[in-house]
Design a protein around this ligand. Structure first.
Ligand code: HEC
Ligand code: HEC
Length: 251
């Protein structure tokens, strides 16, 4: 056999091995559970089948090119981008088994028989804006903030929600130098003002005490101090009035 034929045969064998490796890489994973994980964590940016939600957007990314690098990219994230680390080994919320399940799910995009994405589990007893907001929260926010806003994994990366006065502003415009994208259409994001209002209506149903309530409950002395300060202020005012009255009478 000539050298050229040997080379071609080696190349063919190499391709075959690479192909088998690509198919078996995700063999261990559960694609149905992977679909659920994808819906919770990835859909928000990458769209239902990795085809991108806002194509080419800096925060929401482009289409996912599924290949052998998939699990590494998901586990470690891509530094300096909105693609955070999702693997627990890198401070993310997903286990090794979860990563394998996601890989198995993403592999079905090219092969077919794609498991459907499950609908989010909306808490009972909600109506109107809050019910609509629950669905939006679970598909857009829960992947990073947790289904009840409690945070996930490394809380510095996937923090609990504070629900301060700036909830709407942060949701609209995102938070600079963090994984928090701007969601408002007016800032290039995917959500209308009405949708953001529904999300806020939903998170307000959690009825967590605000930071001010917590401070007041933690220190009843705080209220006493306030009365003392008002009292001192009154004394100063009266004193000042008396002094200025005297000053005038001297003239
Ligand atoms: C906040 C938005 C956001 C979320 C959530 C997100 N990604 Fe990404 N992802 C990105 C961005 C942006 C990039 C592109 C980074 C770059 O290359 O500039 C990216 C890149 C990727 C890549 C590599 C790029 C490629 O061409 O294949 C993969 C794989 C990927 N994401 C998978 C996932 C999976 C799986 C999840 C869920 C566990 C996820 N992403 C969640 C924004 C996100
Ligand atoms: C890709 C991950 C990611 C997604 C998705 C995400 N957030 Fe965030 N969010 C963050 C991070 C990280 C911070 C903290 C930013 C900082 O202060 O460094 C944050 C901060 C916030 C804040 C400001 C701090 C606070 O607790 O009040 C609000 C409000 C917020 N997010 C709401 C939302 C809402 C609503 C959604 C869905 C529409 C959402 N986030 C989706 C990662 C995310």
């Amino acid at each position: 056999m000539s050298k050229r034929i040997w080379l071609a045969a080696a190349l063919a064998a190499g391709l075959l091995i690479a192909g088998v490796a690509a198919v078996t890489a995700h063999e261990g994973g559960d694609a149905v559970h992977g679909a659920a994980l994808y819906a919770e964590n990835c859909l928000v940016c990458h769209g239902p089948r990795g085809e991108a939600r806002l194509d080419g957007h800096a925060a929401f990314g482009g289409a996912i090119a599924y290949g052998l690098e998939f699990t590494n990219a998901v586990a470690q994230g891509i530094p300096e981008t909105f693609m955070g680390p999702w693997g627990s080994a890198y401070g993310g919320p997903l286990s090794e088994a979860d990563l394998a399940d996601l890989d198995a799910y993403a592999a079905t995009w090219a092969v077919g028989e794609i498991p459907p994405l499950p609908a989010p589990k909306i808490p009972e007893g909600l109506a109107g804006d809050a019910a609509a907001g629950a669905e939006l929260f679970l598909t857009n926010c829960a992947g990073c903030h947790g289904p009840a806003g409690e945070g996930r994994g490394d809380l510095a990366r996937y923090p609990a929600l504070e629900l301060g006065p700036d909830v709407i502003t942060a949701t609209r415009r995102g938070v600079n130098n963090s994984l928090m994208p701007a969601f408002a259409e007016t800032s290039g994001g995917p959500l209308t003002e009405a949708e953001i209002g529904q999300i806020v209506a939903y998170v307000r149903t959690w009825e967590r005490p605000s930071a001010m309530q917590v401070a007041a409950e933690a220190s009843p002395e705080g209220a006493g101090l306030l009365i003392l300060m008002i009292g001192m202020g009154a004394i100063l005012l009266v004193g000042g009035a008396v002094m200025s009255g005297r000053g005038r009478s001297k003239q």
